[in-house]
Every structure is written in structure tokens, then in C-alpha cells.
Write a protein that binds this ligand. Structure first.
Ligand SMILES: O=P(O)(O)OP(=O)(O)OP(=O)(O)OC[C@H]1O[C@@H](n2cnc3c(O)ncnc32)[C@H](O)[C@@H]1O
Length: 213
């Protein structure tokens, strides 16, 4: 008898908010997401989400292989781009404002920086970007991207989500990402779009392989 197999995928992240979303986004797909306790994240570059996602995936892939535990890996590199700020903080979103600031302080700072900028009074457009990179246990690599357009809200709103979600207004619903349920965010987010593309690519490529019993 032939069955679609389930495969473990180690996620190269230290961001609990991302991991929680990925677990929901992978939903019924034939993968079990896991973390590797000894994952050491590499130093990321400052130019490309795709390069950083590949860097993180390859680092974890190598660490698992060294530990004698080879397997599938997945990494996400993402960020928030504000048009009036020349698309900053962009690839460097995780470091916005420096390590000593809380996320609430970073959100306040972003709104203030936007409003002090020459275009900030008339242009609040922003987008979230997500690059995913998957490496199969057989070494095959798959990369996808997703983006979602929105605006920087005048004040933060909502308690859900993480990081910049309370200041990211999603115009089609008139709410910030932090005012959307997990299910709602996972129907429209940058990560949802990149994940749907990845799951489609994996399915077309026959990953995970069918098992015979
Ligand atoms: O590298 P890992 O360990 O995965 O975690 P990280 O938080 O450092 O990840 P990134 O380098 O990809 O930084 C992405 C940043 O972009 C922001 N971000 C990405 N997706 C987001 C989302 O769905 N909601 C809110 N903020 C998001 C958030 O501030 C993240 O810290």
C-alpha cells in the first residue's frame, strides 16, 4: 500500500511569533514542524531577504548534519518596508532602533520617524515581505517570496500578532494585523503567501516522498 508520508521539518528561527504562524500555516500539509535546540543563527547580511533565508536554512542544515541528525529545514527572512523611508527598515527590520528598545518603543519610533520624514504627511504606504527557503533531506532547495501591502497606522492598535503588527494597517479589512485573528492574518499575510507557494512547489516536486508499506 502507498501512503503520502509525513516529514519532519526543522525551522531555523528564534522568533516564537513566526514559528507559531508557520505551524498554523502548515496546517494540514504533510509536515511536522520542529525546532533544533542547538540551532545557532548565522550573522545575517543587509541586502536580501532571499539570501538571508538561504543563509539561515543552510546553517541549520549543516548543524543538523554535524549532529548526525540530517533532515528537512525551513527558514524565513522577513521585514517591513515603509515607502516614505526609502523602504527602510527592510532587511534590517529585526534590528530597528537597536537591541535595547522594546517592540512597543520601536513601533512608537517608527511612527515618529515616518511623520518627521519629508513624505510622511502624505504617504503612509508600507509592505511586509517574507522570503522562505526550504532544503530537503536530499539536498534539494526551494525558495519562495510573499508580500502584503498596507499602511502605517497613526497609532498602534490591537493586541494580537507580534513585533510591528499593531502598526501595520491592512486596508481591505480596515484593521491592523494585531486586530486580526491568527486565521485572518494567515489568509492574507506575506508569510501566508510565501507558504502557499512553497507548499505548492513541494507538492509538485513530490516532497515528502510517498512511503510504501
Ligand atoms: O531570524 P529569525 O530567528 O527567524 O528571527 P528574526 O526576528 O531575527 O527574523 P528576521 O531577521 O527575518 O526579521 C524579521 C523582522 O521583521 C518583522 N516581521 C516580520 N514578519 C512580521 C509579521 O508577520 N508581523 C510583525 N512583524 C514582522 C519582525 O520585527 C521581525 O523581527
Amino acid at each position: 500500500m502507498r501512503n503520502a508520508g509525513r516529514a519532519r521539518v526543522y525551522v531555523a528561527t528564534k522568533n516564537v511569533g513566526k514559528l507559531r504562524e508557520m505551524e498554523q500555516l502548515f496546517g494540514d500539509a504533510p509536515f511536522d514542524l520542529a525546532t533544533f535546540g542547538k540551532y545557532e543563527d548565522p550573522i545575517e547580511g543587509d541586502t536580501s531577504y532571499a539570501d538571508n533565508a538561504a543563509l539561515k536554512a543552510r546553517a541549520l542544515h549543516a548543524q543538523l548534519t554535524r549532529a548526525g541528525q540530517p533532515g528537512n529545514v525551513l527558514a524565513d527572512d522577513s521585514g517591513l518596508e515603509v515607502y516614505a523611508l526609502d523602504r527602510r527598515p527592510g532587511v534590517l527590520t529585526a534590528f530597528y532602533g537597536g537591541a535595547e528598545l522594546s517592540w512597543a518603543e520601536r513601533r512608537t519610533r517608527l511612527i515618529a520617524e515616518l511623520e518627521a520624514s519629508p513624505l510622511g504627511a502624505s504617504d503612509r504606504r508600507a509592505r511586509f515581505v517574507c522570503a522562505l527557503h526550504f532544503i530537503g533531506a536530499d539536498g534539494r532547495e526551494f525558495a519562495t517570496m510573499g508580500t502584503v501591502d498596507g499602511e502605517i497606522a497613526p497609532h498602534e492598535r490591537g493586541e494580537l500578532g507580534f513585533s510591528f503588527d499593531p502598526v501595520f494597517l491592512y486596508p481591505p479589512l480596515g484593521r491592523t494585523f494585531a486586530e486580526l485573528s491568527g486565521e485572518e492574518k494567515n489568509r492574507c499575510s506575506h508569510r501566508a503567501i510565501a507558504t502557499a507557494a512553497l507548499l505548492a512547489a513541494l507538492s509538485l516536486a513530490g516532497v515528502p516522498a510517498e512511503v510504501h508499506d
